[in-house]
Design a protein around this ligand. Structure first.
Ligand code: UD1
Length: 426
């Protein structure tokens, strides 16, 4: 298995272009199941999770082709489901990537049935799918759990309904929204997730002819239509990749310009960085993050649904706080068990104590390099950040987690002065 070797202690300086958002691209790809017309995407990142989604969609009858735009020369990913040829998301794919469950809503809406493996536990908590199922039931689906699979049917099509989520869920909102676009009648989704990826999905569906109001708010109203048509859509910039590189500039005491992104997507992260003493300036196509010659201060944070501080940035900010002056309390409210990076950061010399859902991080002068590994994507990248700031050599194992969500990570960091390389495993 490949690993990443980092020799730390060098401030990063330069420009990094941010890619399209993985978490927007996953449901956007599933949108192709809703129409027989082709859907084309630009700014689609090349990531392992999206390849997994491509394989799943391929099994369901979606043809995926890659072309290049004649005028801009940009790569274009084209998806077309002339016919749904299968309606099952098998265990092997769902086990690999939980987000596969977003095919359930579109399959039910277009084909009237879906058989999706239950995702089961995962590294960052139990992560049930009850909210997805309740939402689809509210739209008239009949659901049975059998042999580890969710069997959902709507032989006469879905019908509009009132969905009130007791808890904010990104994936369940996406499933409900996609399903409702082709349901008969009106649907209200209350306490909907407001993440920018939901807005991007709703905008794409609108371009395809869906009738949605309340986009960007916590109440989405959808009037079902008989059919949707194709479109060309640009995938939203990745706000978590943006925040991760902003944290890389901060932890190394460097200055990075992040392009092809938007500061407004990470307002809560920028607020935290500024409170910690980092200078952030909005630019015309992104932001500039500067921590050259200023001290990093410990500040508290708590993860919340958007527009609050994102759980997907918690590990990276914790890495940053390990070398800040003073202490920081970091509270995780979205996922239980999302502190697996803590023991690994401690092996690098960090001083962190976990009490329930909170971690107290007391800043140390220096981290020291060590062999480390993590069991999820954001935890893994937090160890890369720690390695960039540490004295000596760090080896981050299980790189496949990073490949799920960061495109050309080591290349982008090396171009800004990091001493980082991928080491082929045996
Ligand atoms: C998405 C993101 C993930 C991010 C998370 C929270 C994708 C592909 N992944 O995951 O990177 O960390 O949002 O911002 O977009 N829950 C239930 N029942 C359900 C569904 C969720 O109890 O049926 C709970 C979860 O266990 C969790 C909380 O709701 O505690 C939020 O989860 P959710 O927003 O659904 O996360 P995902 O969509 O899986």
């Amino acid at each position: 298995m490949d690993s990443i070797r980092i020799r730390g202690g060098r401030p990063l300086n330069g420009t990094i272009a941010i890619g399209g958002a993985k978490n927007a691209a996953l449901p956007l790809m599933a949108v192709s199941l809703l129409t027989e017309d082709p859907i084309e995407f630009t700014n689609m990142p090349t990531l392992a999770d999206l390849a997994t989604m491509g394989s799943l969609l391929g099994e369901l009858g979606v043809e995926l082709t890659r072309t290049v735009d004649d005028t801009s020369n940009e790569p274009v990913v084209r998806l077309q489901a002339r016919k749904i040829t299968a309606t099952e998301a098998p265990y092997d794919l769902v086990r690999k990537m939980r987000a596969s469950v977003v095919v359930m809503g579109p399959l039910l809406a277009r084909a009237g049935k879906a058989r999706v493996s239950m995702p089961g536990g995962c590294a960052i908590g139990t992560r049930p799918v009850d909210l997805h199922l309740k939402a689809l039931e509210a739209l008239g689906a009949e659901i049975e759990l059998k042999e580890g699979y969710i069997q959902a049917t709507a032989p006469n099509g879905l019908s509009g309904g009132h969905i009130l989520f007791p808890k904010v869920s990104v994936g369940a909102t996406e499933n409900a929204l996609m399903a409702a676009t082709l349901a008969h009648g009106d649907t209200v989704i209350a306490n909907a997730a407001r993440e920018p990826e939901i807005t991007d999905l709703a905008n794409c569906l609108t371009e395809m002819g869906a009738k949605i109001t309340g986009i960007g708010t916590d109440t989405l109203r959808i009037t079902g239509v008989d059919q949707l048509s194709g479109t060309r859509h640009r995938v939203l910039p990745d706000r978590i990749e943006t925040g991760t590189y902003a944290a890389a500039a901060a932890i190394t005491g460097g200055e990075l310009t992040l392009t092809n992104t938007r500061a407004e997507l990470i307002e809560s992260v920028i607020d935290l960085l500024e409170r910690a003493g980092v200078e952030v300036t909005e630019t015309k196509d992104g932001l500039k993050v500067n921590r050259a010659n200023c001290e990093l201060r410990g500040v508290d944070s708590m993860t919340e649904p958007y527009p609050g501080f994102p759980t997907d940035m918690q590990a990276q900010i914790m890495a940053m706080m390990t070398v800040a002056t003073g202490a920081a309390m970091i509270t995780e409210t979205i996922f239980e068990n999302r502190f697996m990076h803590v023991p690994e950061l401690c092996r690098m010399g960090a001083d962190i104590n976990v009490h329930g859902a909170s971690a107290i991080v007391r800043g140390v002068k220096k981290l020291s390099g060590a062999p480390v590994m993590a069991t999820d994507l954001r935890a893994s990248v937090s160890l890369v950040l720690a390695g960039l700031a540490a004295e000596g050599e760090t080896q981050v194992n299980r790189v496949y987690h990073l490949d799920r969500g960061y495109e050309r990570l080591e290349e982008k960091l090396a171009a800004c002065g990091a001493d980082i390389a991928r080491v082929a495993g045996v």
